[in-house]
Write a protein that binds this ligand. Structure first.
Ligand code: ZN
Length: 62
């Protein structure tokens, strides 16, 4: 597991978020809130797209 400065805190509870991988060859990449367990997954293995998706949850109407 690793924590990236780019990942914003959880949009729901403000808790700490961390990126992790799952599955064979770390195929499934996801960000999870360590407090409330909210999860956002991405399956193409692109960290930057996953981080962007997580971060943009903050401004859905932007
Ligand atoms: Zn949370």
């Amino acid at each position: 597991m690793k924590k990236l400065d780019d990942i914003m805190p959880c949009p729901f509870c403000g808790g700490e978020s961390e990126m992790d991988t799952d599955g064979p060859d770390n195929y499934a990449l996801f960000i999870e809130c360590t407090q409330c367990g909210t999860e956002l997954g991405h399956t193409d293995g692109k960290e930057d797209k996953l981080i962007e998706a997580w971060n943009t949850r903050w401004t859905p109407n932007d």
